[in-house]
Design a protein around this ligand. Structure first.
Ligand SMILES: CCCCCCCC/C=C\C=C\CC(=O)SCCNC(=O)CCNC(=O)[C@H](O)C(C)(C)COP(=O)(O)OP(=O)(O)OC[C@H]1O[C@@H](n2cnc3c(N)ncnc32)[C@H](O)[C@@H]1OP(=O)(O)O
Length: 725
């Protein structure tokens, strides 16, 4: 049953029933028409209450129906118009969530009652579309244009208390929203309904409103870099100001179709479902997310209170997990403690503003220098800097101090998890948890399984990720794992582009116009150039260990760009030193300007090495960088380090600033067409045989030979996940 109806005296209660989130699928819409029609015609019924089963009102339209014929059967807006026109008062009882089409349905009701835990919102923009069942027309009529625009363009989930302040709901109750809605419905029987029909409200326009909307367009262009949905949302809201409700509705519909034609909604909806799929991990043994049990984590510890450690402590505390935070000496402990406490104060303030009590919503943090205090914790996350010997020393200690069933996690961004595990007496309990900086904000968590990591450890780490509000992706153990491994060929191409005549700002601009949050050079400046330099020095690619007579632009027979090394040798580490690929107002400054020093240096460098200059072509910049990423992604799939292309895309969308409206690097390759990607890489590699990273991956060739099947079919061509080192 997609919707049911019962009678509470003279109030009919219609309950949407489509677990798990009561999406408004075709069958639900049919059922709503039937039940609402019968309730309207039933002389015993004087008022109607609409709610959702399982304490969830509705998550909106069934996203899986978009692009299918099912969406064309029974329009949601027709249902909304019928409800709004009802002569009997209709009250929405909002429990849990009323999102997208779910909130649009509630807006068509004459009254809305929410429980205190509920969240409402119009998050369509996050999946590349706009509210298309009257939401862009009714919400501005209810709460005014500025507030409605904020809700629609940001797509955020609004807590009930804020929804009440904004005027989206009429009442918020601590207890049962359904009972309160039934009570309200009884109370308003016989009251006039005209003013409650939002489609009849007029918005008065003035020049300030026009300026406001124009400014919003400019802001959205900058903030959402190439995403079309936010702009369509603004245009739809603009229509609510100038047009009648029905004309506005028509505009909303047109905008929906023009968005669909851009391909962005399909990419964003792919990204939405890929994130959900990432949680459903599988293992080569046949074990899966739903066959293995995670252990509860009641207490945790974090070793190291640098930037990463601090963020991880905050994440755990926000998930209400008490944390023990350890540093190596009193001075560093004091610095770390201060920083963590100040971040915690900010979190507490946010909770207070949302009406929650910080002490019951944040896990306690205890600071210590004593490893002995870790004997009872359920899980430890080591977050010291990237040095194998240091990490091994810590894991030896942890292995002897922690209780036998405690999980030991390493927050390495690419070191060998098996080597770290090998120094413990419990390699099966050791697992990589690669957080992204700042760890309390970034959503991505790469969970790295070692050769001996147990299924329980995998289940526990993946479950912990979810509890921390992260998108956890299970990956195999290889140098740099998935995200950072793919970054190698990408940054290599970016450097070669500089050698061939481009400047950092040109490469960054091309990648930012493509939609990246940050181009490669801005990203390196932010992360710190010294990190990569240290690793290249350790590997003997630069510095004293490079054998005498090695050509400057060659290592082990392959092309090498020493540009970043030379910058580091000049003390240019990026933002932290105030100089890197850009110049900054001061060390630690955030605003980078093109630096004449870099320009001059690049010109001299090209002359010294007699490098042939390429004619400027931004499209070539994007192709070389993006295809280099995807090619490494295909190799990662071949190696079984990621189990499907969707996982790689989730990693890039959530950890590396890839534009979600392009789906991710693997989805992008698929949408460009695998034969074209292959052809471009083949041409490049033929002309540059000393750049092995651009040699087309075997899997890419295989899939291109099959004509480039849809991405969901790639899985069948990928081998079983194995660890390779
Ligand atoms: C001629 C053609 C005319 C066309 C005109 C178009 C007319 C269109 C009319 C109306 C349009 C309305 C627009 C919309 O309503 S779009 C949908 C807007 N809603 C959302 O974006 C909400 C998305 N969902 C979420 O944010 C979360 O899932 C949430 C509801 C908060 C629940 O989170 P959580 O508890 O963490 O659970 P999961 O995310 O894991 O979800 C559980 C399973 O439910 C699936 N799901 C969730 N939402 C939807 C949905 N809206 N449609 C379909 N399926 C949904 C999710 O994938 C999980 O499924 P599974 O377990 O199989 O992975």
């Amino acid at each position: 049953m997609a919707a049911t109806r019962r009678l509470a005296n003279t109030v009919a209660v219609i309950t949407i029933s489509h677990p798990p989130v009561n999406a408004l699928s075709s069958s639900v819409r049919h059922a709503l028409v039937k039940e609402f029609g019968e309730a309207s015609r039933d002389p015993k019924v004087e008022a109607i209450v609409l709610n959702g089963s399982g304490r969830k009102f509705s998550a909106g339209a069934d996203i899986r129906e978009f692009g299918t014929s099912a969406i064309k059967t029974v329009s949601l807006e027709d249902i909304n118009s019928t409800i709004e026109a009802s002569q009997k008062p209709v009250v929405a009882a909002i429990e849990g969530i009323a999102l997208g089409g779910g909130l649009e349905l509630a807006l068509a009701c004459h009254y809305r009652v929410a429980d205190i835990q509920a969240k409402v919102g119009l998050p369509e923009v996050l999946i590349g579309i706009l509210p298309a069942a009257g939401g862009t027309q009714r919400l501005p009529r209810l709460i005014g244009v500025p507030a409605a625009l904020d809700v629609i363009v940001r797509g955020r989930h609004i807590p009930a208390s804020e929804a009440l302040k904004l005027g989206i709901v009429d009442e918020v109750v601590q207890g049962n929203a359904l009972d309160a809605a039934i009570q309200l419905a009884r109370k308003v029987i016989g009251y006039p309904l005209n003013k409650k029909r939002l489609s009849t409200v007029r918005i008065s326009s003035d020049s300030n409103l026009e300026d406001f909307l124009d400014t919003a367009v400019e802001k959205a262009k900058k903030q959402f870099r190439g995403a079309k949905a936010p702009l369509a949302c603004i245009e739809a809201v603009r229509a609510s100001v100038h047009l009648s409700y029905h004309q506005g509705l028509e505009k909303e519909r047109q905008l929906f179709f023009s968005l669909w034609a851009t391909g962005q909604p399909q990419a964003q909806q792919y990204a939405f479902f890929s994130e959900r799929e990432a949680g459903k991990w599988t293992h080569s043994s046949g074990a899966r997310w739903d066959t293995e049990e995670a252990k509860p984590i009641r207490t945790a510890a974090v070793i190291g209170l640098g930037t990463m450690g601090r963020g991880i402590v905050i994440s755990l505390s926000k998930a209400k997990i008490p944390v023990i935070a350890i540093e190596q000496d009193a001075q560093q402990l004091e610095v770390g403690k201060k920083a963590v406490n100040s971040l915690l104060e900010r979190e507490a303030e946010k909770l207070k503003q949302q009406g929650s009590v910080p002490s019951s919503n944040l896990g306690s943090v205890h600071f210590t220098l004593d490893f002995g205090e870790l004997q009872d914790v359920d899980l430890v996350i080591e977050a010291v800097y990237e040095n194998m010997e240091l990490k091994k020393e810590i894991f030896r200690k942890l292995s002897s101090v922690c209780k036998p069933d405690a999980f030991l996690c390493t927050n390495t961004s690419g070191l060998n998890v098996d080597e770290i595990a090998s120094v413990t007496h419990r390699p099966n309990q050791v697992i990589g948890t690669h957080f992204f900086s700042p760890a309390n904000i970034m959503r991505l968590l790469e969970v790295v399984r070692g050769q001996q990591t147990s299924l329980t450890a995998i289940a526990t780490a993946m479950n912990l990720g979810k509890k921390l509000g992260k998108v956890a992706v299970l990956v195999g153990n290889c140098p740099l794992f998935v995200g950072n491994r793919m970054l190698g060929p990408y940054l290599e191409q970016a450097s070669y582009l500089l050698e061939e005549g481009y400047y950092p700002e040109e490469v960054d601009q091309a990648m930012e116009e493509f939609g990246f949050a940050m181009g490669p050079f801005r990203m390196m400046d932010l992360a710190g150039l010294d990190v990569g330099w240290r690793s290249r020095t350790e590997k003997g690619l630069t510095g004293a260990k490079v054998p005498q007579g090695t050509p400057a632009r060659q290592r082990l027979g392959s092309r090498y760009s020493p540009l970043a090394d030379i910058l580091c040798e000049s003390g240019r580490f990026g933002q932290k030193t105030g100089r890197g690929w850009y110049q900054y107002e001061k060390p630690g400054g955030r605003t980078g300007k093109p630096d004449p020093w870099v320009k001059d240096f690049l010109q001299k460098y090209r002359k010294t090495h007699q490098i042939k200059q390429q004619p400027s072509n931004p499209e070539q910049i994007v192709e070389r960088c993006a295809f280099a990423l995807a090619n490494e992604g295909f190799r990662i799939l071949e190696d079984g380090i990621a189990s499907c292309p969707e996982d790689i895309d989730v990693i890039y969308n959530n950890g590396y600033g890839w534009p979600k409206y392009r789906g991710g690097p693997m989805y992008y390759a698929s949408s460009v067409g695998l034969p074209k990607v292959l052809d471009t890489l083949e041409k490049y590699y033929k002309a540059n045989p000393d750049v092995p990273s651009m040699k087309p991956a075997f899997l890419l060739k295989k899939l291109a030979a099959l004509g480039g099947p849809p991405i969901k079919e790639w899985r069948t061509q990928v081998g079983k996940p194995v660890n390779k080192l």
